[in-house]
Write a protein that binds this ligand. Structure first.
Ligand code: SF4
Ligand code: SF4
Ligand code: FES
Length: 312
């Protein structure tokens, strides 16, 4: 049991923990429980209360409320998502939440657990006390724990999350490979792992206040900016200049106050706050720097692209 605990702790504390390691620990926990049951040593029930945010736009009472459910955690797999699924299967089929992979890959199960944004499938159930589960904060709620991700994904689209080849290199589509050295590929470590779960953006105070304003004067948020940086450092991409030009918008990069709420909650242990400061460094190489009087007000033409010859 102590080996198992060490494995689980290691899986959750290591900086880039391995999903395979996490799965192995989870399977071992299941096996141990099954074996105990087979030996007639069935564990006594251990009841745990979950308070879950409920909102049904089509129900009679349209006001949101917190609803309590009690689950025997000795008869449940170890993660919060397992408890949610158990509640849905055995107690209340109307409870709505998103999930798909159950192993931190799809990014769909992001919720707020006890005040911190997390992936329900990677967050272990606390054995003691009541666990409160809310939808991701400052997002429009569609139903229960499901939030509207349209705006978040549209912001991600605005950073053009696809390779734009260098014009002169391309003869015709599909006739050429874009090779990359191992060293160049390593520059993208800690960036390509982003699963767009929105845990970082929805824990960013700047995104709460300016993430939902009308484009282009909305803050893109740490997730979109981390991905923008990912394409800027990709040596196969040929549109670095254009990407940086668009990011010069005061509302894109300079709204970040570097408090790093985003970094502290990322379930994949990525560092969006650091990516944003790197973007600022890249932007500082532009000859045309943002004017100091931009603090507190938006530029008149925030999307004005920097002409190519202004780039160093
Ligand atoms: S940076 Fe981390 S928290 Fe933000 S969307 Fe990507 S995986 Fe989720
Ligand atoms: S560091 Fe920037 S992006 Fe991250 S939470 Fe703070 S303001 Fe938001
Ligand atoms: S269910 Fe896919 S990340 Fe949690």
């Amino acid at each position: 049991m102590s080996i198992l605990r060490t494995l689980l702790r290691h899986a959750f504390q290591s900086r880039y923990f391995s999903i395979a390691e996490f799965k192995r620990a989870q399977n071992k926990a299941d096996k141990g429980r099954d074996e105990k049951q087979k030996d007639g040593k069935k564990q006594s029930p251990k009841m745990k209360t979950f308070k879950i945010y409920r909102f049904d736009p089509e129900g009679n009472n349209k006001k949101p409320k917190m609803q309590s459910y009690t689950v025997d955690i000795n008869d449940c797999r170890p993660m919060v998502l397992d408890a949610l699924m158990k509640i849905k299967m055995e107690q209340d089929s109307t409870l709505a939440f998103r999930k798909s992979c159950r192993e931190g890959i799809c990014g769909s199960c992001g919720v707020n657990i006890d005040g911190i944004n997390r992936l329900a499938c990677l967050h272990k159930i606390r054995p003691r006390g009541t666990t409160k589960i809310y939808p991701l904060p400052h997002m429009y709620v569609i139903k229960d724990l499901i939030v509207d991700m349209n705006k978040f994904l549209a912001q991600h689209n605005r950073i053009k999350p696809y390779p734009i080849p260098k014009e002169l290199c391309v003869k015709s589509e599909g006739d050429q490979q874009f090779l990359q050295s191992i060293k160049d590929r390593e520059k993208m470590d800690g960036l390509v792992e982003c699963i767009l779960c929105a845990c970082c953006s929805t824990s960013c105070p700047e995104y709460w206040w300016h993430g939902h304003t009308k484009p282009p004067n909305d803050f893109l948020g740490p997730a979109a900016l981390l991905n923008a940086y990912r394409w800027i450092v990709d040596t196969r991409d040929g549109a670095t200049h254009e990407r940086l030009s668009e990011l010069r918008n005061y509302y894109n990069v300079y709204r970040c106050h570097q408090i790093n709420n985003c970094t502290s909650v990322c379930p994949k242990r990525l560092e969006p706050g650091r990516a944003i400061s790197q973007l600022r460094l890249y932007l500082s190489k532009f000859k045309k720097k943002p004017k100091p009087d931009m603090v507190g007000k938006a530029p008149s033409d925030p999307y004005k692209a920097c002409p190519k010859d202004e780039c160093e």
